[in-house]
Each structure stands twice: as C-alpha cells, then as structure tokens.
Design a protein around this ligand. Structure first.
Ligand SMILES: Cc1ncc(COP(=O)(O)O)c(C=O)c1O
Length: 419
C-alpha cells in the first residue's frame, strides 16, 4: 500500500488548498523564477511596514533567562499569560486556553466539540479553514448568506438554516475576507435567537447552541468600534467561545500566539473537552508566550494599535478613491480587518481565471473570492479579495496596473459604484 492510496479524500478537498491554490502556486513559481509581483493576497502585516511592538521581543528575550522557560508548562499555556487574558476577557483563568495561533485553537475546539450528525453555520464567504475543520470532523457546513452590497450577514438566511442538529454558529467581526464590521443590531438578533433556541432546547433535552466569536481583527476597525459582545452574552442560554491572538493585533503571525475563552451555558463541559485536547501537545512554547504577555501588559500597545489603524484607514481610502475612477470595478467599503472585495466586470467567467490573468499579465497577486464560498452561496460575478496592507506607493502602482488591465479586459459601461 502506498501513502498516495491512503491519503484521505476529505483532506484533498480542503478549501484552504483552493485559497492557496492555482493563483498562489503561480506566484510561488514566479518567485522561484525571479519574477516580481505585487503581493495583494496575504493578510500578513509583518510582510509590509507593520513592525512588532518592541516589548514583545524584549519579553521573549527576558524569558530565555528563566530556567523554567525550559521546562514543560501547563496545558492551558504560560499561566501568567493565561491570567492576563482572563483579566482582559473578564473570565476566570480556568476558562482560557492558549495555542499555536487562533488556527490551532480552532482545530482543537472543533476536534473537541464535533458531534456526529450535527451541522455548523458559517458565514458566506468564510475564512476557509472553518469549512475544512467541519469536513475533517465529518460535520456538515451550512453557509448563511451575507449581503454583497455591504457584506453584512442576512439574518433570515441564518435563521432559516438552523434546526435541532445545529451545534455552532460562527460570527467573525471584523471579517475576513469581507472587511465588514457587523452591525450591532445583527449581532443582537443572533444572540437573542440563540438564547430563545437554548430555552426551547432545555425543555427538550437538546444541547444548546454554541456561538463562536472570532475576534482576531478586533483592533482593526476604521470607523466604528466593533460591538463588545461581552455584556450581551452574559447569562444567556447558549455556550460561547471567543478566539483572539497576537497574529493581527501585534503584527506577529509567525510567533503563533492565539487563545480561546469558553463560557456560557455549558462552560464546564466545554472547558473539560478543550482541556483534554490541549493536553495532547503537552504545553505551548513558553518564552513566546512570555513575550505575548509583555506586549499585552505594555501601556504603549494602545498607541500602537491606534497607529496601525490610522495607517490602514489611509490605505483603504486611497484604494477606494482609485477604484472609483476605474470603469467596471465596484468595491464595498471595508469597515475593518485587512481586506477589500472588488467586483470586476470583465470578459473572465470565473474568479480564478480573473485572478490568474491579473497575476500573469500585470503581476498582481490576489485571492479568488470563490475560495471562501461553497458551490451554492457565491452571489455571481467575478470578485477578488485584496489586502489593504501594502505601503501607499505599492498600492498606487497596483491601482495603475489594474486600471490598464481593465482597459483591455473590462466590459463597457459597467462602472457601477457601491463604495
Ligand atoms: C478570521 C480568521 N481567524 C483566524 C485566523 C488565524 O489566525 P492565526 O494566525 O492566529 O492562526 C485568521 C488568519 O488569517 C483569520 O482571518
């Protein structure tokens, strides 16, 4: 028997492979061949002019002088960090778990909570690994639609897909890939619905829903601050988990710092299953966790976050202004995160064909939006996800190249503006 023949089919179908698929592979080939391109595909601030907070590095270096940094730690993580996160999140430390980035916490959480025969509601479009974690655990993903004019969730689409087997609903605000910051009214409506369902399920002996709040972009908003869900979820009849970490807030994706906080109706049970998952890797990397603690404890972080936000907002506005002048392109104004979705009215039939041509012709690497949907939920048209992270001169260059691309490939008279 060869390894090839026993490779799991579900893993081969991962949507994350699509996201890092043909466009990404072409960009890697170009890089290998010494051909340059503008990287508008990576939500990775450290690749651009977004440096880390100095106290992060100082904290790591200091921890290397502590002999206990070389010993196994607690499965929940470096306990002073766990306590700091508990303090920030307003929970007891026993409900905090740290991991190798939010991705690792997502993996652990979905492994720990997957119940055969249940379904999980995700937004369309969705950060692709959420979809794949369900695939891996044999759980049905149901995608609720978002309005392509604003990318706000469509409440009716979400409500109509819930049944007694729905176990989890994902809320990701500020959102990847759309840049939407969910309106408070939508978040409140989802919370109220989950609470009502929980009350009904209690009398029927069905486990309550769990709401996931993925807040990894919580420090990246440009107009209004995202809704603080903490006062809204207290004492409700559902369980919840909040994900956050250092990757985006501290421009430190490579340091792999993420956490999950669990709470709500079934918090003891969720704590137990998550603890059991966290035991398997024994413990996390202690010196890096000490660095994250130093950064979280540093009062300079507030100015640092504000500076990053101001820089990004300027870049977002520059892009919106430039796109408004290009016939055939419409962009939805992102309110947060690192991303902007543009619709390009061109001769290309799929997002993938469009993205591949943009890369090979004008050397701009983007992500095809279809990688974030399932087959049923793509709203039509050809769309790409761009990052708003690059410095202004790179963005100006990119806009000029996109304008020239549209002169060759755009459909006439299609310059509708949503922004
Ligand atoms: C919505 C969302 N959640 C989680 C992650 C994973 O973050 P991490 O680097 O902490 O694994 C990302 C990364 O882009 C993301 O966009």
């Amino acid at each position: 028997m060869s390894w090839k023949s026993i490779a799991r089919d579900d893993v081969k179908s991962f949507k994350t492979l699509g996201l890092l698929g043909e466009i990404f592979r072409l960009s890697m080939k170009m890089q290998k061949d010494g051909e340059s391109f503008l990287p508008l595909h990576l939500g990775d601030p450290a690749r651009f002019d977004f440096p880390p907070l100095p106290s992060f590095k100082d904290g790591i270096i200091k921890a290397l002088d502590n002999p206990l940094s070389y010993a196994y730690g607690n499965p929940q993580g470096y306990m002073p960090l766990v306590e700091k996160i508990a303090d920030i999140e307003g929970v007891e430390p026993r409900y905090v778990f740290t991991g190798n980035g939010v991705s690792d916490m997502m993996d652990k959480f979905f492994n720990a909570t997957a119940i055969k025969g249940t379904n999980v509601l995700l937004p369309a479009p969705v950060f692709a690994p959420y979809f794949d974690l369900n695939t891996k655990n044999n759980i049905e993903s149901r995608l609720y639609r978002c309005d392509p004019q604003t990318w706000q969730p469509i409440f009716n689409s979400l409500e109509s897909q819930i049944d007694d087997s729905t176990s989890i609903i994902l809320i990701n605000s500020p959102n990847n890939p759309t840049g939407a910051v969910y309106q408070e009214s939508v978040i409140k409506a989802i919370i109220q619905l989950a609470d009502e369902i929980g009350k009904k399920r209690r009398s029927q002996n069905i486990p309550p829903l769990c709401l996931i709040f993925d807040e990894i972009y919580s420090e990246h908003y440009f107009d209004e601050k995202p809704t603080d869900i903490r006062p809204l979820i207290a004492d409700k009849e559902f369980s919840w988990v909040v994900f956050n970490g250092a990757s985006k807030a501290f421009n430190a994706t490579g340091l792999r710092m993420g956490y999950a906080v669990v709470g709500g109706a079934e918090k003891e049970a969720m704590r137990e299953v998550l603890y059991n998952e966290c035991i398997l890797p024994l413990c996390m990397n202690l010196p890096y966790q000490a660095g994250y603690l130093a950064a979280l404890s540093d009062p300079a972080k507030f100015d640092y976050f504000a500076g990053n936000r101001a820089k990004l907002k300027k870049r977002r506005d520059l892009m919106l202004k430039a796109f408004a002048k290009i016939p055939g392109i419409s962009a939805v104004k992102p309110q947060g995160a690192f991303y902007m979705i543009i619709k390009m009215d061109t001769e290309f039939r799929t997002d993938l064909d469009l993205g591949l041509s943009l890369l090979s012709e004008v050397k701009i690497c983007t992500s095809q939006l279809s990688a974030f949907f399932d087959d049923k939920t793509h709203p039509g048209g050809t769309m790409l996800r761009l990052v708003i992270l690059p410095p202004e001169d790179v963005l100006e260059d990119a806009m000029t190249r996109i304008a020239s691309f549209m002169e060759r490939h755009g459909k006439d008279g299609s310059n509708s503006k949503d922004a």
